[in-house]
Design a protein around this ligand. Structure first.
Ligand code: ZN
Length: 640
């Protein structure tokens, strides 16, 4: 067993002068594969199928009023009223204006998840539904290219809260995935015209898209992620104007007043600044900063990225949950006190995926696996198609308030399992539909023409071209629940190329039947691969005892955080349909354990056994921990 102190591994080394920038500016190391090139297999495919039979496939049945609001066709105008979303507005700041655009986010994020799941699962009936949706959206486009939620008198002329760029970003992400997987040129032309319309009406360096006055403007701040679209347009066209536009958006956002200050340049360069914003914004804004850093030759951007990443790391628990309950508020991660929002998990995962692709740095993949396998799996209800809006690593009750309401926060409803969370906001469930396909699409990347890279591990099948010829690799594994994998390679003839497999940071060794070298955190196999060839690989590791900044101890084996499950009683809450309901959980037994030094932690067949002291009786008991992703109520961290 080894003891690790969290936080020692900085993601990117920072230099004071900006010289020796930690990555080569403007040069992206890995190439993302077209959407659809990587397909899920094994347990990931089974989970996506379950989601599509559940909340991801049926949100239009669960909250039909929000999904059927024709916001992209019957557009918002001067006299539009805020929409009744059926939520309690508990804990919301900002006026009613945010409720005007909100359905665009709910719909488009859900559609993005639906499109990606349907295409990756390759189901004919669902693909038909996707095509109908895409045809419908294309039909809402104006002749000048406008795709969005505002009538001609309002669009591009705002001086306060609005969802102009955000409604387009969420919509275009789904359309881009659809275009890539289907190569439907109508869709490509529609995307190009919609993006051109933005570039025309918010001209680069001669407009002020993020001016929104001094009131809260969360929709405007979300709109900074229009850089996602710029990044994708650059990837697909290699036209530098899109990268330049992303840099402009970041700089314009920094120059304007916003409640979401975390990513603004002045905050980053202020050494005393603490992350304070709305968590989802903070983690999604890592992407605009990343794209901006790769769009400029100014090395200060690489430093800024390093500073921002360190701040995010300090706000993230050992299980990969970044504070998002909902304001970061200058706090550091805490296993029992700081909740993470499901939206934040998806946004942070997507941001790290961009960094993985651009920098080629394997530690970003470790962070993605950590968040996906631990925090995100651990915020799903293992027994029902529901997710937790908010979740903590140590979770002692899921009845609405944090850990049952000991903190005077009794009106909180987000700590429970729901297929919608309509009483808070229908944001997390759509993002829970997105997270698995986003993980899958980033499992494989390319480096130049001749190198195929297994970036994220798990069961998958990739089809791509290496040195101009087709190759298919199937990774058969139960990873992360088993640390062995068989890669089956198929191609038309024997030929040479390079296969790189990321070596996880926790792996002490790799055992494989192949000759390989280890380079920069990758197992590199360079050879002539046969027409059909199998590679067997097993990672070696041991139980690891991690101590977080608060002094709490976590136990991991490989990529998984293990937790002591607390038996719970389930009660049905709000009923959406006969099938889709909320579930609230109270503990059957109230026991809490503290860490002891000679705990004898040992891994055996998917479990960790260790000794811990029970707080009330002060007796030492032997506990069996299971992967946090398979728990509901649990203790994952143990104070000394
Ligand atoms: Zn959310």
């Amino acid at each position: 067993m080894k003891l690790l102190i969290k936080g020692l591994l900085l993601l990117l080394p920072i230099t004071a002068s900006g010289q020796n920038a930690p990555f080569r500016l403007r040069e992206e190391q890995f190439e993302k594969l077209p959407f659809g090139a990587v397909k899920p297999t094994g347990w990931i495919k089974a989970q996506m199928e379950k989601d599509m039979q559940g909340f991801a496939g049926n949100l239009d049945q669960i909250v039909p009023d929000l999904v059927n609001d024709p916001i992209y066709s019957a557009r918002l105008h001067k006299h539009s009223k805020a929409k009744d979303l059926g939520n309690l507005k508990e804990g919301d700041i900002g006026g009613d204006d945010q409720y005007k655009w909100w359905n665009s986010e709910t719909q488009s994020n859900w559609r993005d998840g639906f499109i990606r799941n349907a295409l990756l699962l390759d189901d004919a009936a669902r693909k038909k539904r996707v095509k109908q949706y895409v045809d419908h959206i294309l039909a809402t486009q104006d002749s000048d290219g406008y795709l969005g939620i505002y009538d001609p008198k309002l669009r591009y002329r705002f001086v306060s809260e609005n969802g102009e760029l955000w409604a387009k970003t969420t919509l275009l992400r789904g359309l881009l995935a659809y275009y890539e997987a289907t190569q439907d040129r109508r869709v490509w032309s529609s995307i190009v015209r919609a993006v051109d319309d933005v570039l025309k009406h918010y001209p680069i360096n001669h407009s002020n898209p993020f001016f929104a006055g001094k009131e809260f403007s969360g929709g405007v701040a979300h709109g900074l992620t229009f850089t996602d679209i710029c990044d994708e347009m650059y990837r697909l066209t290699k036209d530098e104007q899109y990268r330049a536009y992303a840099l402009f958006l970041y700089q314009n956002f920094s120059a304007n007043f916003s409640f979401e200050k975390d990513v603004q340049w002045a905050s980053i360069v202020d050494p005393g600044y603490k992350l304070s914003g709305h968590g989802v914004h903070t983690y999604e804004h890592l992407r605009p900063l990343t794209v901006a850093a790769f769009s400029t030759s100014d090395p200060r951007y690489a430093e800024a990225l390093g500073i921002y990443l360190k701040r995010i790391q300090d706000a993230t628990t050992v299980a990969g949950g970044p504070i998002g309950d909902e304001w970061v508020g200058g706090r550091k991660a805490n296993a029992t006190q700081t909740g993470y929002e499901y939206c934040s998990l998806q946004e942070l995962l997507d941001s790290y995926a961009g960094l993985l692709q651009k920098t080629g740095t394997p530690s970003f993949a470790d962070q993605i696996e950590n968040t996906f396998f631990n925090a995100a799996q651990g915020a799903r209800d293992p027994d029902h198609s529901c997710i937790a809006y908010l979740k903590t690593d140590n979770s002692y009750a899921m009845t609405g308030p944090l850990n049952g309401g000991a903190n005077g926060d009794e009106k909180q409803t987000r700590y429970k399992y729901s297929p919608a969370h309509k009483d808070a906001a229908v944001c997390c469930v759509p993002n829970a539909a997105r997270i698995t396909p986003y993980y899958v699409q980033n499992m494989w990347m390319k480096q130049g023409d001749s190198v195929l890279v297994a970036t994220l591990l798990g069961p998958s099948r990739v089809q791509t071209r290496i040195n101009g010829e087709d190759v298919e690799v199937h990774a058969a594994t139960a990873y992360p629940y088993n640390l062995s994998c068989t890669f089956s390679i198929r191609q038309a003839r024997t030929r040479e190329f390079t296969l790189k497999i990321r070596k996880p940071a926790w792996a002490s060794a790799a055992e494989t039947d192949q000759p390989y070298v280890e380079e920069d955190g990758f197992i590199v196999i360079r050879k002539a691969f046969k027409k059909n060839e199998q590679i067997r690989l097993t990672w070696r590791t041991q139980v690891t005892d991690h101590k977080d900044a608060t002094g709490a101890h976590y136990f991991t084996y490989g990529p998984l955080v293990y937790a002591h499950p607390i038996p719970a009683v389930a009660v049905t809450g709000k009923v959406y349909t006969p099938v889709f309901k909320d579930y609230l959980y109270t503990p059957r037994i109230k026991k809490e354990y503290t860490y002891i030094r000679n705990n004898g932690a040992v891994y055996k067949q998917g479990r960790i056994q260790l000794k811990a002291r029970e707080k009330n009786s002060d007796t030492v008991e032997t506990l069996t921990l299971i992967p946090i992703g398979k728990t509901i109520l649990r203790q994952a961290a143990f104070m000394e």
